[in-house]
Design a protein around this ligand. Structure first.
Ligand SMILES: Cc1ncc(COP(=O)(O)O)c(C=O)c1O
Length: 391
């Protein structure tokens, strides 16, 4: 099918909830995308951050193919070998990265569902109802996750949302101190605010937040749906800050392209009682096999280290462009925001026309989230193209 046929058909039926670029992507491999007309793009979006190991990685593809022949969609109400092994692998990561000796893990099907589980667990575990979130935060679009997301554009059409939610400015401890009270079940933060504009927080802020939560009996939930799985140069961004939260959420790249959300918490907090939470597809054998392959590739190819090295180099190169349009280059690992002096949408279009597929973060930030397997030569091309477009 060509672009006109594809776009006409989709436009007839799609919900309208997500705007589309005038391109039909039909194939991807590694850090490359191809459209229906045969045009090639360097992927600097990793499909909204879910392709950290690259598109169709052979190890992930082989694991999916093998499991497809055996058992695809088994529900949590019976045990399964792939799920058992995956839970063990995840627990090892949480032990190494967060210092949790033991943990409990709930598997769902998306980032927003991982957040829903975290919110439910916080209420269940503390018997309190309040949540403190931050301004500019993005945590998802289902009703609970939307209630703690800050952007009015996403929230307003759906109000009233869940009650007892307060938003305070990011990196402002005084505001947190005032907001966390006797009824606060949890505080939730991103370690680098992604959709909000790629703003990394400081170790001092996160450590003080940890202390405040412990002192007041509120859980600290860290949303690593975008920062996790090697993106920032560590398996989990918490490692940059020696931060041990009570609850963590993962999504996007952890499923290797299949749908997986993860909510995990320190075992000291106990478990849900039977019936309190669950999911038909969450943690099915197919997605667990894919996720185990992702974990293997991350270690074999040292992708967190690669993200740190390439990310540091890329930020330097972007700063060295020294073009008037760039106000600031910031980020951590291969999660990079280029704050512009003007709107980002026309820039994205021009980059696309020159073979670079990037993302926005808010109105004036150009966001780069390439697959961590991307070649340095591809990133050199990206820097040159950004320079040309912004000149
Ligand atoms: C930090 C963060 N939390 C939650 C979500 C929601 O994830 P999903 O789109 O898989 O529901 C996102 C998605 O961009 C995100 O970046």
């Amino acid at each position: 099918m060509n672009y006109n046929q594809i776009s006409e058909l989709e436009s007839t039926y799609n919900s309208g909830g997500v705007g589309r670029r005038p391109v039909a992507l039909v194939r991807a491999k590694g850090a490359r995308l191809w459209d229906s007309e045969g045009n090639e793009y360097i992927d600097c979006a990793a499909s909204q951050g879910w392709a950290n190991v690259g598109h169709s990685h052979p190890v992930v593809t082989a694991a999916i193919q093998a499991q497809l022949e055996i058992y695809v969609a088994g529900q949590e109400s019976s045990y399964n070998d792939q799920r058992a092994l995956w839970l063990r692998d995840m627990a090892r990561i949480f032990k190494d990265s967060l210092g949790w000796n033991e943990c409990f893990i709930h598997a769902s099907n998306s980032g927003t569902e991982a957040i829903e589980a975290a919110l439910k667990f916080a209420r269940f575990s503390t018997g309190r109802t309040g949540i403190v979130a931050t301004m500019r935060a993005f945590h998802g679009r289902t009703m609970g996750a939307l209630s703690i997301t800050a952007n009015k554009k996403y929230r307003q059409p759906f109000e009233p949302l869940i009650p007892d939610v307060e938003h305070v400015p990011y990196e402002n401890l005084e505001a947190m101190d005032k907001a966390i009270g006797d009824n606060t079940a949890a505080v939730i933060v991103e370690l680098v605010q992604g959709e909000g504009g790629v703003f990394p927080g400081s170790t001092e802020y996160f450590q003080s937040l940890r202390e405040l939560c412990t002192e007041r009996g509120a859980l600290l939930i860290v949303d690593e749906i975008q920062t996790g799985v090697g993106r920032t140069g560590r398996w989990l961004a918490c490692e940059h800050h020696a931060l041990s939260p009570d609850v963590i959420t993962l999504g996007k790249s952890i499923g290797g392209g299949l749908a997986l959300g993860v909510t995990a918490w320190n075992a000291q907090l106990g478990r849900f009682t039977s019936g309190a939470h669950g999911s038909t597809f969450g943690g099915n054998p197919l997605v667990c096999a894919a996720s185990r392959a992702v974990i293997e590739v991350m270690a074999e190819e040292k992708l967190p280290e690669r993200a740190e090295t390439l990310g540091g180099w890329l930020r330097q190169e972007l700063r060295a462009l020294n073009v008037q349009q760039i106000r600031e280059v910031r980020g951590l690992g291969l999660m990079i925001g280029i704050e512009l002096r003007g709107k980002v949408t026309p820039i994205l279009q021009q980059l696309m026309e020159r073979g670079v597929w990037a993302l926005p973060a808010g109105l004036n930030v150009l966001r780069l989230l390439p697959p961590l397997v991307i070649e340095q030569s591809d990133l050199e091309q990206v820097v040159t193209t950004i320079g040309e477009v912004l000149e």
